[in-house]
Design a protein around this ligand. Structure first.
Ligand code: ZN
Length: 219
């Protein structure tokens, strides 16, 4: 038996990411990544809405006096979120959902790509305090070189898709590779893959995020 810190399974890592989003503790690029995931894919919207409701209730538990109009307030929070994330996005013009476009600051057409390998271009948006946020353009069928990460890598697919040892990821999916994974994504054969990748500290199901996930799935 090997002794190592238990890494989150990719399913738990995604739960931790969504819970952190609901609590509002993600870095700006990861917040944009999850908001864009919710805009592109209906799969986790209700789960995140549940998390936000639990997070809201947990916050109220900490307040000294009862808060009036809780339902109304939550409804208005969700309405704002929906405005942000679930509106149609004019995809014909831009593959970036509005949370990502706001974060990047320019439309995809204006991005100045830098070729880093044959068939692989990148555009770095931000690198600060352990957070590295980039857009990647990977030619159809291209194999990325083997690599590991410092921290976890979260990748949102904006066009096309790729396959790595953990499975296949398509439009709107989030692939999570922790710092121990040595992986080699291969872009789908039929279409260039465009994705938004953020490297950040590994997420753990501890603290407020862990308590919220426990409240949802515990008992
Ligand atoms: Zn990677």
């Amino acid at each position: 038996m090997t002794i190592q810190s238990p890494a989150l399974s990719s399913e738990n890592a995604l739960d931790a990411l969504l819970a952190s989003y609901a609590v509002g503790t993600l870095s700006p690029p990861l917040h944009a990544l999850v908001g864009s995931h919710l805009a592109l894919s209906a799969q986790n919207r209700s789960f995140v809405a549940d998390l936000e409701a639990v997070a809201g209730a947990a916050l109220e538990d900490m307040l000294p006096a009862p808060v009036a109009n809780r339902e109304e307030r939550l409804a208005s929070i969700f309405a704002t979120e929906l405005d942000d994330t679930v509106t149609p996005m004019g995809r014909a013009h831009d593959l970036m959902p509005s949370p990502l476009r706001r974060y990047v600051g320019i439309p995809l057409e204006a991005v100045q790509w830098k070729t880093i390998l044959p068939g692989v271009k990148e555009y770095r948006i931000e690198r600060s305090e352990g957070v590295d946020a980039k857009l990647f353009w990977i030619r159809a069928g291209r194999k990325m070189p083997h690599h590991t990460h410092e921290g976890s890598e979260f990748t949102l697919i904006l066009q096309g898709g790729f396959t790595d040892i953990s499975g296949h990821y398509g439009l709107g999916d989030i692939a999570i590779a922790d710092d121990e994974v040595d992986h080699r994504p291969v872009a789908d054969k039929d279409i260039d893959c465009i994705c938004f990748a953020v490297t950040d500290a590994p997420l753990r199901l501890t603290g407020p995020v862990g308590r919220i996930v426990q409240r949802l799935f515990g008992h």
